[in-house]
Structures are given as C-alpha cells and as structure tokens.
Design a protein around this ligand. Structure first.
Ligand code: ADP
Length: 889
C-alpha cells in the first residue's frame, strides 16, 4: 500500500502512452524499447536499494490535435552519451510538454506519478540477444514536472511533489465539506463493494480497505480499478485538491455502480429468457425422443388439427358446434405445457367423441322374431315376456312413444339383466349397462363441473361416449341402491334422465351443454321396490320377477345354463354330461337362492373339472398303447403296417382331429354324486336342517324377505336366571326389536290362558331373563313380519314344547294378538318350498297374494291362514295348542 514517500528531486521518466498510473494502482509493463530498457536497467535493476521512477502520461500524436497549449519540439539523443536539452514547462494543468523525438512529437503531460518496482524480471530474446524487462510497478504519489531532459536514451525530469504535507492534511480533514464528501464517497464505495462481493461471493475482505486506508488514497485506488477514458484518468491525476479528487471519485464510483446495476438487470433478464427457452427446448427434445421411442411421433399441432377434423365430423348441433369452436380457439392459443391445456383437450375430445347424431339403424321390428328371441334366451317368465312384447309393439307403432320406463324388480340371478339385453337384441340396438349400486354422489350421474381438478363427465355421458351411438338400450342397474347424502341426490338427477320432457336437454355438469337423451331406451332393474324414491318409481313400470321354483331351475339349467356353460368352457355334451338327477341334487344341496346365479356357478365348476380331465386324456391318447381301440381308418391302416407303431410319427393336423373325435365317442364324462362331492365339496344344504334346528323347545321357523328374495329365518329363544330382562341379538333394527317387546308382552299377558302360569297373578319372568337371537348374526335384519314367529318361539320356550319342524310362518302381530298381512309373500313361499318346508302359516289377509305363487309350488305346500295369534299357535304345535281352553279375547 502506498505510504508517504520522500521523493528525490529528479526521477527517471517512463512515458506511459495514453494511460495513467494513479497512486495505489499496480501495473505490469513489458519494456522492450531501448530507451525504456535502459531506464529500467539504470534506475531499477542496477540499484541496490529500491529505486523510483516517474510514470508520465503521453498522448499519441494522432490525439494531439485536440490538445491545447504550446507544442515544444525537442530532439532527444540516442543511447550514446547524454545530450542534455532543457525544456521549460508551464505550471498550468492544461499545458503539455511536447518533445520531438526522431521526427515524432511527444505530447507529455505535466503531472505524473512516482512508482516503485515491486518485481523485476529480465529476459534475453533469442536469437537477437535483445534484453527485455518485465516490471511490476506500484504508483506512490503525484509529482509535477519542472524540467524534462534526456539522459542518454531515456528521459529524466526535475520534479516537485504534489501530495499534501501531514499538517495540511490534518487541516483539510477538519473541513466540513471534506467530511461530507468523504462520507459520501465511502457510502458509494461501500455499496459498490457489497454488490461486487455479492457477485463474486467473497466475504467482506475488500471492506477492510475502507476502514484502514485514508480516504484520499482510496479515491485513487477505486478509480484506478475502473475502465475509464484517458481524459478522465488524466483529470483524476490532475485532481491534486482533495475535495475535487473526492467528488470526482464519488462521481466515477457512482457511475460504475449504476452501470453494474444496469448490466446485472440485463443479464438477469437475458439469463431468465435463456434458461426458460433452454428448458422448453430440452423438454421438447425429450418429448420428441419419448414419442419416437413409442412410435408416436406426430406433433401436437397435428393432434389439434386431427381433433378439429374429428369435431367437424361429430355432427354437433349448431349451438354446440359454436361452443366447441370457441373452446378450440382457446386451445390453439395455449402452449401444451400450460396448465389447463390438457383439460381443455380432454373436454374437446369428449365433445368430438359423443354420438350427437350417430345412431344404430333400427330394423323393421319383427315382433314374432322378438318373441322367439326372448323364448330362446329365457325359460318361463311368460307374463314378463308378454309385457316386453307389448312394449315393443307400441314402439313399433309409434317409435317416439313416451311409454314408461320398464323396471325389472326381483332377487339377483332371476334374469333381469339378460332380459334387458334381449330387448336390445330384439330392437337391433346396442346395449349398455350402468351400475348404480352404491352411487351416492349426484356428480356420478351428472358429472363434476370443469372447474374441479380431475373433473369427469357423469356415468351416462361417459357410457354414451363408449357405446358411440345415441340410441342404445341403456340399463340402469340396481336403481334401488342409489342413496343420497351431503353430496346430493342421484335420484333427482335420474328423474331428469327418465323424464321424456326433460331428457331432451340433459345437462351434464362437465359437458356444460345439453345432450339429447330422448333416443335412448331406458330399462331399469332393482331388487326391491320400497327403496326407490316414489317420484322415480312414478316414471317407471315395475315388472316383478319372482324367484324360480326348483322345477323351473331344473328346466332353466337343462335348457339354457348347461349348454351355455359347456360352450363357454370349450366343451360339448360329447365331453360332459350332467344328468337331470345330478342337476336336481345341485339345486337341492348346493344352492338355496331365488335366482339361478349360484346354480350356474356350480355348473361352471363341474365344467372346469371336466375340461381338466378332457385335456389330460387328450394328451394321453396319442402315446397310449390302446391306440388300436381307435376306430379311425387312417390309424387302422397304419397299425396294420407293422410292429413299430409307438415310434411312428403321425402328422399332427390329421391326427389331432381324428383322435379328439374318437375320444369324444369313447368316453363322455358323466357327472355322478361322487364327482359332485369331489368338485363342489360336501352338500351345503339339506332338508333336515329345519328338523335339526327346532329339535329343542324355544326355536321357531319364520319366513323373511331380503334383497336376495325370500328366506327361512330361525328364531331362537332361551331363558336363564336373571331379573326379567329381554336381551336381543342378531343385528336387529328398531322395528324388529319392538316386535320382540310386543311378543313378550303378549305372552306374559296370556300366560295363564296359555297354561304357562297357574294364574294371572304369577309373573312368568320371575327370576329369569329372556334372550332372543336371530341367526345369522352378521346379517342386518328388520321389519315387522317376524311378530308371529317371535311369539311362537316364546310360547315354545315357556311351555317346553317343540314347534313343528315342517311349519314356517310369517305375519305381523298387534298387541291385542291380531295377525296383520305382510309383503313378499310369493318370495317367502318359494323360499319355504326350497327349504323343504311343507306347511306355511300366513296372515289370512295375504290370501290374495297366493295367486302369484306358481301352482306347482302351491300344490306341494299346505297353506294355513291365521287371523289371530291363537290360530298361529294352534297350527305351529303338534296336536294344536292344548293350553287354550277358553280365550278371553
Ligand atoms: P339379474 O340381472 O336378475 O341379477 P341375470 O340377468 O344376470 O340376473 O341372470 C343370471 C344368469 O341366469 C344369466 O346367465 C341368465 O341368462 C340366467 N337366467 C336367469 N333367468 C333365466 C331364465 N328364465 N332362462 C334362462 N336363463 C336365465
């Protein structure tokens, strides 16, 4: 760092062309000219103590035209000897010293800076042998040239120092102007340093300078480090006055600061743009590579064009076409990477895919053929088929008739879905099924608005897109299973769908434009009528499909299920035969359902087992030694040829065919009882179940109705030591719990009449608790129809008499003992029949429902009608109800 130095009165001068060395700055110069080499040699190299030289700026001759002041020419001597010539120099800053050297005018500046060599290195150029120096110089302090002369080849000057003395300095430091200026300078300098340090991420080293170096020196150091014009450098050099120097330096530092800021802004902008476009470029490259890899290298633009073409051919109504075009215009303006591009595209794809006009050509409806079709697909169901034919007939006469929507109601597996698909086949239309089971959200039907992330169209619109025609037969499956909760009411959306007035302009929230559903033929299915909201039910015509009797099931199995199952498994009756007896056994022992789905499943299990055996045997046959049993003439000839039959290679194509033919004839697999047990396992149901379960007093047999049709429900009652409480188990609902209370109250009130207690005063619950259980405990149960069954179980418990095992019952009971009618009688009777029950006790007012029960079933059952609870008890116990001698009722 430049400290204050004692300057000699004369200094060797190194001219510095168009440049200025300021105090505090460090430069590295390569000296090659003879004069400068001489200067360095004599003034620096050969001296023992560190020498000083003066660096004096000179202006190029070309620039001299702008120079002001007298130009003095002075011949400068050669290397040999000293031709001292004196040049008077003026004292004004603007004066220039001009020395003519070898016809060249040198414009000297009158002020320079004394410099000290920090480092010197000497070199010899080959092959010329010329000596050169590399000098590192540090500027120390300003001087002014009094007189310039040549010594040999280089200049020397008589100088006078320009820097202030210590005393002067101290005086200036008190000057308030100087204080303000130096503060200003330091602030600007600090700012500059922080910006530079931030950029270079260096930690606060430069800032130390500001605290340790006197401010007037700092001014030089700072300015020396910028690239400024020669004129500015000169004027800085000329600023001997400290205040002038500081204000000049502040101005220059500030200018530099501003230029750094502007440059930074620009680079940031450019960098930002660059990195964004580079990123996009990279992503695009990657996308292209992926597409190429997938063999899908058409561009987005092509896609959009293809989408537009697809939209044009979709046949949208004009208002929707306008809407679609608006959306397409938006899409075209978007970048594929932009959020919303994809959702917009998916939406447009849907608009283009929807069948606005596309419809299946409807053939002239042939009712006879439709009837044949229905008959060939379904056994029985005469009434249902008749209703379907009527429906089709009306459609034939008036194709746009707004008839009611058919709704097939019945337990699972009774053919509701297959009937609906038969309607589609009869009409020659496409068939699609929409499952509504468990749909609680209105958006499932109507879609989500597009503002939601991941929004989708509703099931109807989605289904129509998949089926791709606007006039399919659409099955709304399990319409009774829709529920409503906070997410809206799907049933209300369905109302709009099924209403011929409204469904012309069905509004899906996602689609957001109306879609005409009026050409769709709707058919619905349900397990039960009760859960269907009345408004919805009002728009439908309910067609009930009761469960099948075992006889009907047998017929369905023989005529429809077995051929279908065999076909599905690649078999035929030549491979597998399931005799009627065995089907009966499957129905009795392995299924207890209203429909035929489990039956079909069991038959499929038999077919699978047969398929395994057939394939095993087929493989075994070609290698078997029993080949001679085969009747193929081709093989017979071959066998006759000689002994090495086993080794002979028979052409596969011919051979396979013939062998399988032969095999079919040889051993069709006939299902027997042993195979049933092996494939289906031990029997799951038998007729003895009821007898075994009612073997102890306290158990009665009820008939209930579930979504799976009618079922037999046992009711178990038992008592134990306690305090007269009633315990109920078996996942019971409120209604059934109340029935149990009523039943217990009734039995307690009639205890004496029923000979359960010696007198009316005796409490039969004295010291005991009653527990009533409804197996199976895991299935929720509710409804009033178990009333009579509960009473019977309690009477049996208290009297310790067993209930008849062949008798099942159903009916609601009032507190006074009246038996009220119940629903689902047909299904319940069928269930009783399935379970081998022969007597059924029914409320008298249910007599009318018996017409619906198939005659064959009725013929095999004894139906006992009850008006009062006593009638039920009379029939439920062997030998009547012996306790009732005189009823008070
Ligand atoms: P659901 O829709 O009522 O639950 P499906 O229509 O799916 O029942 O019927 C189950 C299976 O039983 C189907 O393979 C169907 O063809 C068959 N099926 C039901 N009823 C009959 C019938 N009456 N005649 C012929 N096959 C029937």
């Amino acid at each position: 760092m430049a400290e204050s130095v004692e300057l000699p009165s004369r200094l060797g001068i190194l001219p510095f062309r168009n440049k200025v060395l300021l105090p505090g700055a460090i430069i590295r110069i390569r000296c090659t000219s003879p004069s400068s080499v001489k200067l360095v040699e004599q003034e620096l190299w050969q001296r023992e103590e560190k020498g000083l030289i003066g660096i004096l700026p000179v202006r190029d001759a070309a620039e001299s035209t702008t120079a002001v002041g007298p130009v003095l020419s002075q011949g400068v001597g050669s290397d040999s000897g000293e031709r001292s010539s004196r040049i008077q120099v003026g004292t004004s800053d603007s004066q220039r010293l001009d020395v003519k050297n070898q016809q060249e005018i040198i414009h000297w500046h009158t002020r320079g800076v004394a410099a000290r060599a920090l480092h010197l290195s000497r070199g010899v150029e080959k092959p010329s042998g010329r000596v050169t120096y590399i000098v590192v110089l540090e500027g120390l302090c300003r001087f002014s040239v009094q007189e310039l002369s040549t010594r040999g080849t280089y200049y020397t000057a008589r100088i006078s120092p320009l820097e202030m003395t210590k005393a002067d300095m101290e005086q200036v430091e008190q000057d308030p102007d100087f204080i303000t200026l130096s503060r200003q300078f330091k602030a600007t300098a600090t700012e500059l340093i922080s910006i530079l340090e931030q950029k270079q991420k260096t930690g606060g080293r430069t800032k130390v300078l500001l605290e340790t170096v006197p401010v007037h020196k700092l001014a030089d150091i700072f300015v020396a480090s910028f690239e400024i014009s020669f004129e500015e450098q000169l004027s800085m050099l000329d600023s001997v006055d400290l205040k002038v120097r500081l204000s000049k330096a502040t101005e220059l530092v500030d200018r530099h600061l501003q230029s750094i800021r502007v440059a930074e802004k620009i680079t940031q902008k450019v960098e930002g743009q660059l990195s964004k476009s580079q990123k996009e470029f990279l992503l695009r490259q990657q996308m292209r590579a992926i597409k190429e890899e997938l063999g899908d290298n058409d561009d987005d633009e092509d896609d959009v064009a293809a989408l537009e073409r697809k939209m044009q051919s979709a046949g949208m109504p004009s208002n929707i076409w306008k809407h679609a075009q608006r959306e397409l215009r938006r899409l075209k303006k978007m970048q594929p990477q932009q959020p919303g591009y994809n959702s917009s595209r998916v939406y447009l794809e849907l608009l283009a895919d929807l069948p606005w006009q596309k419809a299946t050509e409807e053939n002239e409806l042939d009712l006879k053929a439709a009837k044949e079709h229905l008959d060939s697909d379904h056994y029985g169901l005469h009434k249902v088929k008749q209703r379907i034919i009527e429906y089709l007939a009306v459609r034939k006469l008036k194709p746009d008739a707004r008839g009611p929507v058919l709704c097939f109601v019945g337990p699972p597996g009774v053919g509701k879905t297959s009937l609906a698909s038969s309607i589609a086949a009869a009409l020659g239309r496409k068939f699609m099924r929409i499952s509504l089971g468990g749909v609680k959200d209105e958006a499932d039907i109507r879609g989500h608005r597009r503002t939601y992330i991941g929004s989708m169209p509703g099931r109807l619109i989605d289904g129509l897109k998949r089926v791709a025609v606007c006039n399919p037969v659409m099955l709304l499956d399990e319409i009774d299973k829709t529920g409503s909760d906070v997410r809206g009411d799907p049933a209300s959306a369905l109302l709009e769908v099924l209403d011929p007035e409204q469904n012309k302009t069905f509004n899906d929230h996602y689609l957001n434009v109306p879609f005409d559903l009026s050409k769709v033929v709707f058919v619905a299915t349900a397990n039960r009528v009760q859960p269907i909201p009345p408004a919805l039910l009002d728009r439908m015509e309910v067609i009930e499909l009761p469960g099948y009797t075992p006889e009907e099931k047998l017929k369905i199995a023989m005529r429809h299920l077995i051929p279908r199952v065999l076909d599905q498994h690649g078999l035929s009756s030549e491979f597998l035969q399931i005799p009627e007896d065995m089907v009966k056994l499957v129905i009795q022992r392995y299924t207890r359902e209203a429909g035929v789905r489990n039956l079909e499943r069991n038959l499929a299990a038999l077919a699978r087992a047969a398929a395994v055996r057939v394939t095993e045997q087929e493989q075994a046959v070609p290698l078997s030694k029993d080949v001679h049993q085969l009747t193929s003439p081709l093989l017979e000839n071959r066998l006759a040829d000689g002994g090495e039959v086993e080794m002979e290679v028979i052409p596969m194509a011919v051979n396979n065919h013939e062998l399988s033919n032969t095999f079919r004839i040889a051993s069709p697999l006939v299902v027997d009882e042993a195979m049933l047990e092996k494939v289906l396992g031990p029997p799951r149901f038998d007729d003895k179940e009821a007898a075994e379960r009612v073997a102890t007093p306290g158990v009665s047999v009820g008939l209930v109705w579930t979504t799976f049709g009618g079922e037999v429900q046992f009711v178990e009652a038992t008592s134990m030591v306690g305090t007269g409480e009633l315990h109920l188990t078996g996942q019971l609902g409120d209604v059934i719990k109340e029935s149990a209370q009523i039943a217990l109250t009734w039995v307690r009130a009639r205890a004496a009449d029923l000979k359960l207690a010696a007198s009316d005063e005796i409490n039969i619950l004295e010291g005991r608790d009653i527990h009533i259980h409804f197996p199976a405990g895991a299935v929720p149960k509710d409804g009033p129809s178990a009333g009579v069954t509960l009473v019977t179980a309690l009477v049996s418990l208290f009297s310790q008499k067993r209930v008849r095992a062949d008798t099942a019952m159903t009916g609601e009971m009032t507190l006074r003992g009246l038996v009220l009618p119940v629903g689902g009688v047909k299904d319940k009777i069928l269930a009783a029949h399935r379970c081998g029950i022969t007597r059924v006790i029914l409320p008298e007012r249910n007599l009318k429902d018996l017409v619906e029960v198939p005659a064959a079933v009725l013929a095999s059952l004894e139906i006992l009608l009850a008006k009062r609870m006593e009638d039920v008890l009379d029939q439920a116990f062997e030998g009547g109800c012996p306790w009732r001698q005189h009823s008070k009722l």
